[in-house]
Design a protein around this ligand. Structure first.
Ligand code: C2O
Ligand code: CU
Ligand code: CU
Length: 438
């Protein structure tokens, strides 16, 4: 949806029923519909106003994941909306083109609300990226793919049980809900008719816990053009990309007439070793979506050699370093989330290095309000496609990831932003902390 009259958007979180599996009726939640929500579009520089109404039976929130905005507009656990109430945040979009998303963030219940279907994509456009000539015809050659795994009970209802195996140890039941059925944009086993040579896929891992190692069944290479928070400086040709929950990548794939490759999630990539890989879903294979090219393909899009211009995020020599150690499934630096405790105080506009140390199983790390760049993963520089603007990063077990973080300038000593593991069972269990900008 495009906003009307000064970019006002009406978003209603609601309950409903969906036919997610053919012939079965599933109780679901969604935004302006029974499952998932509309794709929101705005331009850099727009002033946007959201009218978020909660028609769910319990308090929830909508968080604008990846958005730079004042903490009081962020939609985290401090901005919960009670049932039947409307919350009206507004802000000016101050960041470059990117594929962001929105999802609930109620304290301790984020996994449940996301799993039931409340989320959607939030695309930011700007003139420079529009003029690059990339595929950009929404729904035709520019396709959002919200990838989610589900477990269904025989009667079609959603199964909320966590992965079994080793009790609550991280890597087993401790990972969270791991479904055996993949939905893409709410559709099981989808196909996409392709009508042009190049197709841009904006892939979001919108799952609660599952990590995907994504590529095509014929191992064809594709161009990665963007990471979480915007275009890369240059495209990188890849056969696989790993996306942990909350991460996004934009890829462009070339099809010849009549081809029908399947986008698939392959085993491997978690870097967790046996048996953690298996219990955390790292040995699984899933087909995500089949692309089917027609016999006559148009070609008017290109992937230019230069995408984002401008400076890469650099750490000044005197940059402050903060260290975060993830523990079990419920703590960071030995403490669990406390809504009334401010963990970190950051100076407005600061550039800092955050050094994040993984725990015993797969985790990741997301920081609200910022874009960051990965400096190294266990001392090694990241692949080019991971070296762009990001807000969420995968943490292989026991490894240290260093990121250079560009903080915002919306000062508010009283309202914190969150940082947390985006495996939502962990977030809900307390693997989350709070920072304020002063
Ligand atoms: Cu995508 Cu704190 O969340
Ligand atoms: Cu976020
Ligand atoms: Cu975690």
């Amino acid at each position: 949806i495009d906003g009307e009259g000064g970019k006002h958007f009406d978003l209603r979180m609601q309950t409903g029923h969906s036919e997610l599996l053919s012939g079965k009726r599933t109780e679901t939640w969604g935004v302006n519909g029974a499952y998932l929500g509309p794709t929101i579009r705005a331009n850099t520089g727009d002033h946007v106003t959201m009218h978020v109404t909660n028609d769910l039976p319990e308090a929830s929130s909508l968080h604008w994941h990846g958005m730079r905005l004042p903490a009081s507009m962020d939609g985290g656990p401090h901005q919960e909306v009670a049932p039947k109430q409307t919350w009206t945040p507004e802000w000016t979009v101050k960041q470059p083109a990117a594929s962001l998303w929105y999802h609930p963030h109620p304290h301790g219940k984020t996994a449940k609300h996301v799993y039931q279907g409340v989320s959607g994509m939030f695309l930011i456009d700007d003139p420079e990226s529009r003029n690059l000539g990339l595929p950009g015809d929404y729904g035709v050659d520019d396709i959002p793919l919200v990838i989610q795994d589900k477990k269904f009970a025989p009667d079609g209802s959603l199964d909320f049980s966590r992965a079994g195996g080793l009790g609550d140890a991280v890597g087993a039941g401790g990972t969270g809900i791991l479904g055996d059925t993949i939905l893409v944009n709410g559709t099981h086993d989808p196909r996409l008719s392709v009508t042009s040579e190049l197709t841009r896929l904006r892939v979001l891992n919108g799952s609660t816990a599952r990590i995907y190692n994504i590529g095509f069944d014929d191992n064809r290479a594709f161009q990665v053009i963007a990471s979480d928070s915007g275009l890369l400086p240059a495209p990188e040709s890849r056969e696989r990309i790993l996306l942990s929950p909350g991460e996004r990548a934009e890829i462009v794939v070339r099809l010849a007439p009549g081809e029908a490759p399947v986008l698939r999630s392959f085993p491997g990539g978690l870097d967790a070793g046996f048996p953690t890989d298996r219990f955390a879903g790292g040995d699984d294979t899933f087909d995500l979506i089949q692309l089917r090219a027609g016999d006559d393909l148009g070609q008017d899009a290109v992937v230019p050699a230069t995408l984002a211009r401008g400076e890469q995020l650099q750490a000044p020599p005197e940059a402050r370093v903060r260290r975060f150690e993830l523990g079990g499934r419920s703590s960071i630096n030995g403490q669990s989330m406390d809504m009334s405790r401010i963990d970190e105080v950051v100076a407005a506009g600061a550039t800092e290095i955050w050094e994040i140390v993984g725990g015993g199983g797969p985790h990741n790390f997301h920081i609200h309000d910022v874009a960051f760049r990965i400096l190294d993963i266990d001392g090694e520089p990241p692949a080019a496609w991971q070296a762009g603007r990001k807000d969420t990063v995968y943490l292989p077990p026991g490894k240290t990831v260093r990121v250079v973080v560009d903080f915002g300038t919306d000062v508010d000593p009283d309202v914190p932003y969150m940082y947390h593991c985006h495996l939502l069972y962990h977030e809900d269990s307390g693997m989350m902390g709070q920072f304020v900008i002063v």
